[in-house]
Ligand binder design. Structure first.
Ligand SMILES: [Zn+2]
Length: 298
C-alpha cells in the first residue's frame, strides 16, 4: 500500500501544496494554491487551510524561502520576513495532527530533482530557483550540502554590482535584483523602452510581448539571460558542477532565456569551453519541484 504525502512550498508570493503518492512523486494527485499572506499567524492559517483541503492522513513536508536552521526555523528570509524566528512545526503539528518536517525550499527542489527529475544519478549539482528571489541548493559527490548552520545555497544575495539597486536584504546589487522574476520586471520598468508604461510592466506582459516578437521585450529577456549566466558562472567557478538546474516560477518560460544563458555561460566562467560536462537544464518537475521535494522530507 502506497503512502500519501503532502508537500508545501511557501514562497514569497504564493503557497503551493501538493498531495503525492510516495511511489510516484512526479505525478501529484491534487494541489492547492493560495497567495502568501503578510503575517506569520495568517501564513500558518493558510498552510493549515491548504493541507486540510488536500485531506490526506500522511506526514507534511514544508519548504521555506530562506535560511532554515537544523531545528526547522527560518533565521533569515528577505522575501518573507514575517516568518523569521517563528516556530512553525509545533503549531502546525498541533493543528494538523501529523508529523511536520521543514527545510529550505530550494534544497527541497534539489532533492526532488535528484530523486525523480533531471538530476537523477548526477553527483555534482547546483539548483537555482528563479521566483520572487533566487534560491539555491547544492549537492557535492551525491550528497546535499546544508553547510555549518544549514544555510548553504543562498546564491540570490551574491553581490554582482556594489553600485546596483537596493535589495530586500538591505545591501545593493545582489544577483536576485537582476536574475529573478522580480529582477526581470524591475529592469523592464527602469528601461527607457518601456517609458510609456513605467511601473506597470509585469512578467506576464514580458512573456506575451516576447512571444509576439516585440524587440523591447526580447531585449529585456536577453539582458536577463546574461545576468543569469553571470551568476551561474560564479557558482560553476566555485563548485564545478556537472549540472546546473533552473527551477522556480520562471522555469515555465525557460525557452525565452535558456539558449542565450547557455551560450553566455561558456564565455563567463573560467575555462568555460573546457567545462564540457557542465549542462544547464530546466527542472523536470517545473515550478512544482519545491513542493514535491518537501513531500519527500522525513
Ligand atoms: Zn540581497
Amino acid at each position: 500500500v502506497s503512502t500519501p504525502r503532502i508537500g508545501v512550498d511557501v514562497g514569497g508570493t504564493k503557497i503551493l501544496a501538493l498531495l503525492l503518492d510516495v511511489d510516484a512523486p512526479d505525478a501529484p494527485i491534487a494541489s492547492k494554491r493560495l497567495p502568501t499572506p503578510g503575517t506569520s499567524e495568517e501564513v500558518i492559517e493558510a498552510i493549515i487551510e491548504a493541507v486540510r483541503f488536500l485531506d490526506a492522513p500522511g506526514p507534511v513536508g514544508l519548504g521555506l524561502p530562506g535560511l532554515v536552521d537544523s531545528d526547522g526555523v527560518l533565521r533569515g528570509a528577505p522575501n518573507l520576513p514575517c516568518l523569521v524566528d517563528i516556530e512553525l512545526r509545533e503549531p502546525l503539528e498541533r493543528a494538523l495532527g501529523v508529523r511536520v518536517s521543514i527545510d529550505n525550499d530550494s534544497t527541497c527542489a534539489l532533492r526532488a530533482e535528484m530523486a525523480v527529475g533531471v538530476a537523477r544519478g548526477v553527483d555534482d549539482v547546483v539548483l537555482v530557483t528563479l521566483g520572487t528571489g533566487i534560491g539555491g541548493g547544492v549537492a557535492i559527490g551525491g550528497e546535499v550540502r546544508r553547510g555549518a548552520h544549514g544555510f548553504a545555497g543562498e546564491p540570490g544575495h551574491m553581490l554582482v554590482d556594489p553600485d546596483g539597486p537596493l535589495c530586500v536584504c538591505g545591501r545593493r546589487g545582489c544577483w536576485e535584483r537582476y536574475a529573478s522574476a522580480t529582477g526581470l520586471v524591475r529592469m523592464a520598468n527602469e528601461s527607457a523602452s518601456f517609458a510609456d508604461a513605467r511601473g506597470a510592466i509585469t512578467s506576464e506582459r514580458l512573456v506575451a510581448d516576447a512571444r509576439a516578437g516585440d524587440p523591447a521585450a526580447l531585449a529585456i529577456w536577453d539582458t536577463f539571460a546574461g545576468w543569469l549566466a553571470n551568476g551561474l558562472a560564479n557558482l560553476a567557478d566555485v563548485l564545478d558542477p556537472e549540472l546546473l538546474v533552473i527551477g522556480g516560477g520562471l522555469v515555465d518560460v525557460a525557452d525565452l532565456f535558456l539558449e542565450v544563458t547557455r551560450e553566455r555561460f561558456l564565455d563567463d566562467t573560467v575555462g568555460g569551453r573546457a567545462r564540457v560536462r557542465t549542462r544547464i537544464e530546466p527542472a523536470a518537475l517545473g515550478h512544482e519541484s519545491g513542493a514535491v521535494g518537501a513531500s519527500l522530507l522525513r
